[in-house]
Design a protein around this ligand. Structure first.
Ligand code: ADP
Ligand code: MG
Length: 558
């Protein structure tokens, strides 16, 4: 320990790069602002999309903040925090990913002049945290509950929320069509938490409007063998047997070593092989099942055998599809054909194989356990369908959130303006520097309506002035006014059904403030030369405990 007090201590390895102090903080803020600038043009119904292609040549077109951030492959250690908050917003609430990145960037942008002037970041952090708490309380206060409505009414309201989410996407032109579909899908699975109960199947080709919802399970016809065409393709109330075994004639020499002393015994071995498979097939047939699905292969012998007995079979069904059939039809996947009791068989009202575009689909509808739904998406290019799937995912998450928390706030920047006004008012009651900081926080919130205008080509200053005036009205009647994306003026977002679940805003404000405060609290970045070695991140992780390496991000918190 004593040696630590000597003037010449080598604390860090040679080659370690440390940057610290104000300059470091400002450079982090600049990096974050740069990331914000990348995604800002994608916000809102008139936002643009980004086309991202990687070195493997795959092309993604997306408007979704989280997707873009993930694909950007950001290397700046501080800017990476934005990727994390976008991801967490995506998994927590599903929408508002651009919003969260934009807010965080704007909070820091507003903080920059103060940092330059020498304000200690802890003062900023404290004020930002206070502002965030106040803002969230205000959102909760302004949120309107959609609880206690009839199912039909509620469906209509949820569809409005889904439509708002979808309006900023590529499929925004058909938002009502898809919003209703999403609401029906979410309603079909009830309050089950498993998102994978809603399947989305993509079939390239056709028109967006050819997309449809199956209240049950649908999956692409699996590979089939000769004899398949003779099988019936439609059943009413069939029993469904779900298997996880191979139904194929197997040469048993692969499982056992057989030694023959007399060539005439060979036939008995071959017969035994046939008996094994026939025995399995007989048991399947005896169970009374009309539809046999297996996760593993169903060979040509079995296919023909089932065809002769008017049974439908499909092998190599994807595990998730098989599980969804089990959840919907009420069966259990079997790993043996011995002792198939009626309870393990599932059933549904209609099973059929149907042609969808260039593909054939196995469709199970009217399932007794309900609890699952499948959206079959149609559309032109692959990239288009992929983006449509991501958009539907956002909408599904939003509807599920709204079902659970059932409070909504007006979108189109209305809620942001209202909180901004509230914080400005509040800041005036504070004496001292934090008045300025809270005021800046309030100003940063206006980035949402401003960007919505910018992206639509409206005069942002003009619209924002109008909005400020509306929101400043004493009566409070202007509280739900936001940007009118159609006319370039302002409109009551609530009356126009531009609704967002309150949790989207609450989570976004929370996460963005946290990220901003985290970045403000960093005054030194230490680059560990080891972490750049061939082992890359693995080494960085292991070194993290050493010093400075901080989870391989090269960051250290004070
Ligand atoms: P995010 O990834 O943050 O969800 P979006 O690109 O989906 O970003 O844009 C969401 C923003 O667009 C929200 O602030 C929402 O209120 C606004 N918005 C959506 N639909 C409309 C509309 N019809 N009119 C005005 N604003 C809208
Ligand atoms: Mg969105």
């Amino acid at each position: 320990m004593a040696s630590m007090m000597q003037p010449q201590i080598i604390l860090l390895k040679e080659g370690t790069d440390t940057s610290q102090g104000k300059a470091q903080l400002l450079s982090n803020i600049n990096a974050v602002t740069a990331v914000g600038d990348v995604v800002r043009t994608t916000l809102g119904p008139r936002g643009m999309d980004k086309l991202i292609h990687d070195d493997k040549g795959s092309v993604t077109i997306s408007n979704d903040g989280a997707t873009i951030m993930k694909l950007l492959d950001i290397v700046h250690p501080a800017a990476k925090i934005l990727v994390d908050i976008a991801k967490s917003q995506d998994s927590e609430v599903g929408d508002g990913t651009t919003t969260v990145v934009l807010l965080a960037a704007e909070f820091l942008k507003e903080a920059k002049p103060f940092v330059e002037d020498g304000v200690h970041s802890q003062n900023l952090i404290r004020s930002y945290r206070t502002a965030s708490t106040l803002a969230i309380e205000k959102v909760k206060e302004l949120a309107v509950s959609i609880e206690g409505k009839s199912v039909e009414e509620k469906k209509g309201l949820l569809a409005k929320c889904a439509a708002t989410t979808l309006s900023s996407k590529l499929i925004g032109g058909e938002k009502e069509f898809f919003a209703t579909m999403v609401v029906d899908a979410v309603m079909a699975i009830g309050d089950d938490d498993r998102l994978n109960l809603i399947g989305i199947k993509k079939v390239p080709g056709g028109n967006m409007r050819d997309s449809f919802l199956v209240d049950g399970v649908a999956f692409k016809k699996t590979f089939s063998y000769a004899g398949f065409e003779q099988q019936p393709k439609k059943f009413l109330n069939p029993k469904i047997l779900l298997l996880n075994i191979e139904l194929e004639l197997k040469s048993e020499k692969e499982n056992a070593e057989i030694r023959l002393s007399d060539p005439s015994q060979y036939q008995s071995i071959v017969d035994a092989e046939w008996n094994i498979i026939y025995d399995k097939l007989d048991k399947c047939v005896e169970s009374g099942a009309k539809v046999v699905l297996s996760r593993l292969a169903i060979g040509d012998l079995a296919t023909q055998y089932f065809a002769d007995r008017d049974i439908f079979c499909a092998g190599r069904v994807a595990e998730e599809d098989l599980n969804r059939v089990a959840a919907a039809a009420g069966g259990t996947v079997q790993t043996s054909v011995n002792n198939i009791i009626p309870e393990v068989l599932g059933t549904c009202e209609i099973f059929e194989e149907k042609q969808v575009g260039g593909e054939r689909f196995n469709i199970f509808s009217g399932c007794p356990s309900g609890r699952t739904a499948t959206i079959v998406l149609r559309g032109g290019a692959d990239q288009f369908i992929e983006e449509a799937e991501r958009s539907l995912h956002d909408a599904i998450m939003i509807v599920r959130r709204a079902v659970k928390n059932s409070t909504v706030v007006p979108g189109g920047g209305a809620i942001d303006m209202e909180i901004s006004k509230y914080l400005r008012q509040h800041s005036r009651t504070i004496a001292g520097k934090s008045q300025l900081f809270i005021n800046s926080y309030a100003k940063a919130l206006e980035v949402i309506p401003r960007q919505l205008c910018d992206n639509a080509g409206f005069d942002a200053t003009d619209v924002l002035n109008k909005l400020r005036q509306k929101h400043a009205m004493q009566s409070g009647e202007g509280a739900s006014y936001g940007v009118d994306i159609n006319t370039g003026g302002i409109a009551d977002s609530f009356a126009n059904f531009v609704w967002e679940p309150a949790v989207v805003k609450i989570n976004a404000i929370n996460a963005a403030t946290e990220a901003a405060c985290l970045i403000l609290s960093v005054d030194e970045t230490v680059k560990n030369p080891k972490s750049e070695s061939a082992q890359g991140d693995a080494a960085a992780g292991a070194m993290g405990r050493g010093r400075g390496g901080g989870r391989g991000r090269g960051m250290r918190r004070r």
